[in-house]
Design a protein around this ligand. Structure first.
Ligand SMILES: Nc1ncnc2c1ncn2[C@@H]1O[C@H](COP(=O)(O)OP(=O)(O)OP(=O)(O)O)[C@@H](O)[C@H]1O
Ligand SMILES: [Mg+2]
Length: 277
């Protein structure tokens, strides 16, 4: 299986089982706070992130919006350790992601939902969702089956265990990818452009899935999107990034009322067509 997948399905393995036939510590994970402090990133001469500061609260649904090429995905990749910062720090649950103390195990799990869904085509839906649990022997087999059914139900795909990925629509694939992330019982879930390639109706359905998860689980969610309406609809707070800098942070109502010209411009172009039309 892909190494990228393993890197992002970041968790633990142990053989101590709890009363529910799973490894101790698996279960309804609490959300962790994410603190991004003064993060700079250069690619050659290109200064892509220019001192990013952000505080995401435990359990919060937080979106990062902004035009294409402004550094949203690069920022997300810093949080999941796919890209190292040139300067600055990132703390998850109070632990420094890039300088973990040697003797202290990571006390959180995170999972990322990719833009492409990144499902394994040779596996069924159920096998995709249960992969991490089985590979790491997190639960006994009978319990794994229950968890797969439960996570598929949470994303509105009850009973689809035996389907193959080629039988799924784009929106369904996205939801399977979310179910696969949920199966880890993550403290933090990250989405890169969840509505990319989805039509407006399917995007709305996906937004409702994420809103429902907010009610039923305690994890922290970070969503990167250029879909402003989607972000405003489902987020507790939204940050706008422009040209590698955070230009505004606030609740959806505060973002809508912002007088910052960069924010107003973004709202204008994404809701009323191309400026100048
Ligand atoms: N590995 C890399 N090497 C060199 N440059 C990179 C790399 N990754 C990203 N960049 C550059 O960093 C800038 C920000 O890219 P990023 O992917 O974060 O944009 P984005 O805001 O996610 O855009 P979009 O909305 O189109 O996904 C771009 O100019 C991109 O070319
Ligand atoms: Mg991107």
């Amino acid at each position: 299986m892909s190494t990228l997948f393993h890197k992002l399905m970041h968790g633990f393995s142990a053989d101590l089982f709890d009363g529910f036939e799973c490894v101790v510590g698996y279960g309804d994970a609490q959300g962790v706070g994410v603190s991004i402090q003064g993060v700079h990133k250069y690619f050659g001469d290109k200064h892509v992130l220019k001192g990013i500061d952000l505080e995401v609260q435990p359990g919060e649904t937080f979106s990062i919006i902004g035009p294409s090429g402004t550094g949203k995905s690069v920022l997300l990749k810093h949080i999941v350790k796919l890209i190292n910062p040139d300067q600055g720090q990132i703390l998850i649950g109070g632990q420094d992601v890039y300088a973990p103390p040697n003797d202290e195990p990571t006390n959180y799990r995170y999972s990322m939902v990719f833009q492409t869904s990144a499902l394994f085509n040779s596996l069924t839906v159920g096998e995709n969702v249960g992969l991490w649990l089985r590979e790491n022997r997190i639960c006994k087999e009978s319990r794994i089956k229950q968890i797969i059914a439960e996570k598929l139900r949470m994303v509105g795909l009850e009973g689809t265990e035996s389907m193959m990925t080629y039988e799924l629509s784009g929106g369904m694939k996205k939801r399977v990818a979310i179910a696969r992330s949920l199966a880890m019982s993550p403290n933090l879930i990250l989405y890169d452009e969840p509505t990319a390639e989805l039509d407006p109706v399917t995007s709305d359905e996906l937004a409702r899935v994420i809103i429902d998860l907010r009610k039923s689980m305690n994890m922290t969610s970070i969503i990167v999107s250029h879909d402003l309406n989607f972000a405003l609809y489902l987020s507790d707070r939204v940050a706008m990034i422009h040209n590698g800098e955070i230009v505004e942070v606030g609740t959806p109502a505060q973002i809508k009322a912002s007088q910052n010209p960069l924010v107003r411009d973004f709202i204008y172009t994404t809701t009323k067509g191309i400026k100048g039309d």
